[in-house]
Design a protein around this ligand. Structure first.
Ligand code: RIB
Length: 317
């Protein structure tokens, strides 16, 4: 089972000819209300990748909450541990440009009131993977990690959005996942040497070797690298026509966690993550773009066949 402790948002999404700079207004034709939030997106990604998933978080007593939880409910994510609090449901204001890149402002609302103690009644054991992000308070994330570790669970943190976490939190992790910007920002906060800070792959190696925490860095069109036990693994990105990159990182994290939870080794989990994240870029929106296991699986199997016989895509008889 995967337990996700994290944010639940409604995304208000506009496609515009460009992402506005400071003081600038840009016209967009329409906006859409799409279920989002890094925690909720990762829960759905893990679920659609085939895992049993419990989502723990907080929403407001408003119409946004119903919409924000609708796809999770439809796909069978356990929502019994989502609290309703006296705050507005979290909302994200997203602009997507013609290249599919986005800019996001998140209003935390109810997410700031999610508490680790909500995990007290969740059946966590040594088969559980706890998946965390940074859109609920870090202190609560760390407390959730501590609770899960005390029950023998594995803990994965996706360090998004970018920022520093305490060394005590870092050392609780079984895997840390970041994108290249998040890696650079964590490296600065940890005071890593300048030559390491400027290179996301070196940051991943240092987190693995210095802190003993396996670390994955996603590199957009350049795929992903992961360091575990002093060994580097890499996965190439899949080639897709990018429509919208929103939630690609969340989809990577959810599919990676689902693969690890069902017993895949680290480098195979990287493949599942990178394929799922790539497929998420081909559709508009956060949860509306999350792929299902059958679509992920067919691409992963094709890749494995190609890897089996280097230099050719055709298996030998
Ligand atoms: O990672 C994408 C997500 O970030 C969006 O769904 C938005 O809600 C913000 O949390």
């Amino acid at each position: 089972m995967i337990v996700v402790f994290g944010s639940i948002n409604i995304d208000l999404v506009t496609r515009a000819t460009k992402i506005p700079g400071p003081g600038e207004t840009v016209a967009g034709p329409i906006y859409e209300k799409i279920p989002g939030g890094k925690g909720a997106n990762q829960a759905l990604a893990a679920r659609r990748a085939g895992a049993d998933v419990v989502l723990v978080g907080a929403v407001g007593a408003d119409d946004f909450a119903t919409h924000a939880l609708s796809l999770l409910k439809a796909d069978g994510v356990d929502l019994h541990h989502v609290a309703t609090v006296d705050q507005a449901t979290g909302a994200a204001f997203i602009t997507v440009d013609p290249q599919g890149e986005n800019a996001i402002v998140v209003a935390a609302g109810a997410n700031d009131y999610a508490q680790a103690r909500q995990l007290a009644d969740v059946a966590i054991d040594d088969k559980t993977v706890l998946l965390l992000q940074r859109e609920v308070p870090d202190a609560e994330g760390e407390a959730a990690a501590r609770l899960a570790k005390s029950k023998g669970a594995r803990v994965i943190l996706n360090l998004a959005p970018a920022g520093a976490i305490s060394e005590s939190y870092l050392r609780l992790l079984d895997v840390l996942i970041m994108n290249e910007h998040e890696a650079v920002s964590l490296a600065a906060a940890l005071g890593l040497p300048a030559d390491v800070r400027s290179d996301p792959e070196s940051v991943a190696r240092t987190i693995d070797q210095t802190y003993g925490v396996p670390c994955v860095v996603t590199l957009g069109a350049n795929g992903a690298v992961g360091w575990t036990g002093g060994v580097c693994r890499a996965a190439d990105a899949i080639k897709v026509k990018v429509v919208d990159t929103t939630a690609a990182g969340d989809t990577f994290a959810g599919a990676f966690a689902a693969a690890l939870e069902r017993g895949a080794h680290f480098s195979l989990a990287l493949q599942y993550g990178i394929v799922a994240g790539g497929l998420a870029c081909t559709k508009q929106g956060a949860q509306t773009s999350v792929p299902y296991a059958r679509d992920i699986e067919s691409v992963v199997q094709e890749r494995l066949k190609e890897d089996f016989i280097p230099g050719t895509a055709t298996p030998s008889p």
